[in-house]
Design a protein around this ligand. Structure first.
Ligand code: ADP
Ligand code: MG
Length: 588
């Protein structure tokens, strides 16, 4: 086993034997680090993977802590009975909160979480029944099968075992169909929706999971510390949790422990040593703490774990492919010649620019239709109207006989339309095969719970086998585990085609697939498209390269200034006087 694969095993072993060697003081600090690590881990999922920044995690820790504190002090409920209560209350609350806030774009979500954190702090501090600013004390200790966890080692072990379980769970979730959707949230929302992924659902899911994790931390915290007060759940603490996640490396599960460990011990050390060094008790540790954090951001902006991995040259390890028990279900192929896409009267204006005016075309199964025209003619706009990326001002759109009034990328994908993007949209730090597996998202069913407990392995094997098959088909079989961002531009374009094919489409829409490809790559692409046509796919090709188009297309539609100026076979179009003048002639 390589040092690299051994490292997590050694770390886990060290965590479990620590109580044998560490002092009580050290174990207490380590328990706090473990608690913070769980919250930081929730932010790895929410912020690092999902791109949703929250300053409100401390408030959720507080909610968990206060619910358990109040109920165990005022009712006959034991902590183990308040735990499911916390999970249910927080899950429902977070779900409602997520429905409202998760659609907020840009800075509004972080601002909403700040407002929530501030509000909750005043609720905690201003409510007499939970002790106001003094809080609640004399909370019961946790017991396990009647055994009271009364030493520092007991609490330490419980907290760290819970942390390790959460790390296992988060890792399982990320390495799944749902997890790929989550990982697409940061920068890949349009792409994911175009592959049929419900990204709002993915956002709500991680929001709920992260809040429940924070609340469970609060529960552990309350019964470990045995008293709760508002100070521990302030906005400041929420910011600190976010620091931990970001400094450790918000994209890495281990980053949570590294960040929590570093910041907790740093604060402890500064508090212990700085006043003695300087000779006064000011708030110098806060200033020093701030300076150190700023330095860390400069030294390792992507987080310490990633920085160290880069230093050591640790790139992603290739995964293992399991042979599938069966193939994925496939869509019924349309009869050759069937009308797969019928557009009439498509019109779109951007301010004064009419980018598409009354465009109509029909695309049949088993044909390649090319849409050509000079730059700015309106080809991409047409593409965006058909794929639901941009709403049309007017026009009708029917897919395989089904008229769709309100197109959206996800509905178009569900209708069996696979697409690529003029400007490549891949998840650069994900492997090629995982990127392609996103294309097959709708061909899988397994959700969050299956992923959490790894009950999705059979389906994952099928999804990955399909992704592998498509990558081999487009000629990227030797790059399965390469990071998509490390591939050459031409390969990235081809990768997008494999991803679109993984959707098992009836219709394939390609926006300038040959752009940036070398001669040989173009020839391979043409051969692939001919093969797909022979299989009965309907292919709409928006392309700039005339030579490529004329040899390949069955029919050509020519656009200029947002209008169709000619339509016919390549020979007819090339002979058209208006086309020659407006487009071909101009290029010569
Ligand atoms: P093509 O793909 O044929 O090069 P486009 O469809 O990208 O052409 O653009 C057609 C026209 O519409 C251009 O004048 C372009 O500037 C304009 N346009 C396209 N998208 C937008 C947009 N989102 N906002 C404003 N103008 C746009
Ligand atoms: Mg374009």
């Amino acid at each position: 086993m390589s040092a690299r694969r051994l490292l997590p095993v050694v770390t886990i072993a060290a965590i479990l034997v620590a109580p044998l060697v560490a002092s009580e003081y050290a174990l207490t600090i380590l328990t706090y680090i473990g608690l913070s690590s769980i919250v930081a881990l929730s932010l790895v999922l929410l912020t690092g993977k999902g791109g949703l920044s929250s300053f409100g995690q401390a408030a959720y820790v507080g909610i968990g802590a206060y619910i358990s504190a109040w109920f165990t002090l005022n009712t006959a409920l034991s902590p183990w009975q308040t735990l499911p209560l916390i999970v249910i209350v927080v899950a429902i609350g977070a779900w409602f909160g997520a429905l409202i806030t998760v659609r907020l774009s840009g800075h509004y979500l972080p601002l909403a979480t700040i407002a929530f954190a501030v509000a909750m702090y005043f609720v905690f501090g201003g409510s007499d029944f939970i002790g106001g600013m003094t809080g609640l004390s004399d909370l019961p200790r946790l017991t396990i099968f009647g055994f009271e966890l009364h030493t520092a080692a007991h609490s330490y072990l419980l907290v760290w075992i819970v942390l390790l379980a959460f790390m296992w769970g988060v890792r399982n979730i990320l390495d799944s169909r749902v997890g790929r959707a989550i990982r697409a949230l940061r920068g890949g929302v349009l792409m994911a929706e175009s592959m049929g992924v419900d990204t709002i659902k993915a956002k709500v899911q991680i929001f709920v999971i992260a809040c429940v994790m924070a609340a469970i931390t609060g529960w552990l915290y309350a019964h470990f510390q045995r008293f709760v007060s508002p100070a521990a759940f302030s906005l400041n603490q929420g910011i600190e949790y976010l620091f931990m996640a970001v400094i450790g490396g918000a994209a890495s599960i281990w980053g949570a422990i590294v960040g929590a460990g570093l910041i907790t011990s740093l604060k402890q050390v500064l508090q212990d040593t700085l006043p003695a060094l300087i000779g006064t008790t000011g708030n110098f540790e806060t200033v020093a703490f701030g300076v150190i954090i700023i330095v860390l951001f400069h030294v390792a902006p992507e987080g310490l774990v990633a920085a160290v991995q880069r230093k050591l040259g640790w790139t992603a390890l290739p995964g293992r492919l399991r042979p599938p028990d069966a193939a994925l279900p496939t869509r019924e192929r349309a009869a050759p010649g069937a009308a797969m896409l019928e557009v009439a009267g498509a019109t779109k204006a951007f301010g004064g620019v009419v980018a598409n005016h009354d465009i109509g075309l029909t695309l049949h199964a088993g044909e390649i239709l090319a849409l050509i025209g000079p730059n700015g003619a309106g080809k991409s706009t047409f593409f965006n109207l058909v794929t639901g990326v941009v709403p049309a001002d007017a026009g009708t759109f029917a897919f395989h006989g089904t008229a769709v009034a309100h197109l959206a990328p996800r509905t178009v994908a569900a209708l069996g339309v696979g697409r690529t993007f003029q400007h490549v949209r891949l998840l650069p730090d994900m492997s090629a095969i995982e990127n392609v597996a996103i294309g097959a998202h709708r061909r899988g069913r397994k959700g969050l719970f299956a992923a959490l407990f790894r009950l999705d392995r059979d389906e994952e094997a099928r999804l990955f086998d399909e992704a592998r098959r498509q990558l081999e088909r487009v000629g990227l079989g030797t790059h399965l585990w390469s990071e998509a961002g490390a591939l050459a531009l031409g390969q990235q374009r081809i990768l997008e085609i494999a991803r679109a094919l993984a959707l098992d489409p009836n219709v394939l829409l390609l926006d300038e697939p040959a752009a940036g490809l070398r001669y040989k790559e173009k020839q391979d692409l043409a051969a692939l498209l001919r093969e797909l046509r022979a299989e009965g796919l309907a292919i709409l090709l928006v392309e700039h390269d005339m030579d490529f188009v004329m040899k390949l297309a069955d029919r050509v539609v020519v656009m200029e200034f947002g209008e169709t100026i000619a339509e016919g076979t390549p020979a007819e179009v090339q002979a058209d006087a208006r086309v020659r003048e407006a487009y071909l002639g101009g290029a010569e």
